[in-house]
Ligand binder design. Structure first.
Ligand code: ATR
Length: 270
């Protein structure tokens, strides 16, 4: 029987995950089915159980279900525990549900693919919501000199920095507390969605700095346009999406797809 996988979201119609996973499966000649399922906002657990009852083997989980998936999992990976969110569910051999998060490793792999400054670098992360919480641990594992988290609501950035302080040099604050220049600036706010730009100092970027937006679209985000005008190299979040998908595929099927050709493919289709 064909192994079934899906992405749960609400809404989920625009998701590129089915396209990406179909392309991965093609690389290996794997016979899988991968679909997008819009679960009711208050019915995530039922949707997962129903999927399992119909041959489901694993799922990706996107907005707004990452915390639901975290609560539902019988076993959590250490990185999911730390992130407080799950983006990948795997059906275990005993019928139990394993929860993991591949977002953080996806970001770091894409940063590496773009030769981003990481080890010994000064890194600034904008935002302190769920998306940012999921990437702090792998960013710190890359051993930056310092990682600052800046957020509109400064208290949330302070809290997040404190939560990860045991893993590396981490500070938190409001946008008005940003001091110095940075080699890598990652926008993890949802400000880009509304076309907004966080109030950032004009002299934010060090020489040869990279600006990364976790969002992506046909057009560069406001943040990336702003960064390019100030001399930074810019990269959007399409690669992160593909890398987190590849890591999920590996969790399900123990094979690691090649991501570079998929990046080309999707960019071409956008
Ligand atoms: P996500 O899952 O995408 O992280 P979230 O947990 O709601 O969603 O977090 C959204 C993040 O974007 C927060 O850091 C939020 O700042 P606040 O904590 O102050 O709310 C940030 N954000 C959203 N809109 C923003 C805007 N217009 N300008 C700056 N930051 C914004």
């Amino acid at each position: 029987m064909t192994d079934r996988y899906c992405v749960f979201g609400h809404p989920v119609g625009h998701s590129r995950s089915p396209r990406i996973h179909a392309a991965f499966a093609e690389q290996f000649g794997d016979d899988i089915a991968y679909e997008a399922i819009e679960a009711p906002v208050d019915g995530f657990a039922e949707a997962w159980r129903d999927f399992l009852a119909h041959g489901g083997k694993g799922a990706n989980v996107t907005v707004p279900f990452k915390e639901d998936a975290f609560r539902l999992a019988d076993v959590l990976s250490p990185r999911a525990q730390r992130a407080g969110a799950v983006n990948t569910l795997v059906l275990g051999k005993q019928g139990d549900t394993y929860g993991d998060t591949t977002d953080g490793v996806g970001l770091v792999r894409d940063l590496q693919a773009h030769a981003a400054p990481l080890e010994g670098a000064r890194i600034l992360v904008l935002g302190a919501g769920g998306a940012v919480r999921g990437v702090i641990e792998p960013l710190l594992a890359a051993q930056p000199a310092v990682l600052m988290i800046a957020n509109r609501t400064s208290g949330k950035a302070h809290q997040l920095a404190a939560d990860f302080a045991d893993l590396g040099e981490t500070t938190g604050g409001g946008f008005d507390e940003i001091v110095g220049t940075f080699d890598l600036v990652v926008n993890g706010t949802s400000a880009s969605l509304g076309g907004d730009l966080p109030p950032l100092p004009d002299d934010l970027f060090a020489d040869a700095a990279l600006a990364y937006d976790m969002m992506y679209g046909v057009e560069p985000t406001v943040f990336l346009r702003w960064a390019a005008e100030r001399g930074a190299r810019t990269v959007d979040g399409l690669g992160m999406l593909i890398e987190q998908a590849a890591e999920s595929y590996f969790l399900w099927r123990n094979r690691r797809p090649e991501t570079a050709p998929i990046r080309e493919l999707l960019r071409g289709e956008m």
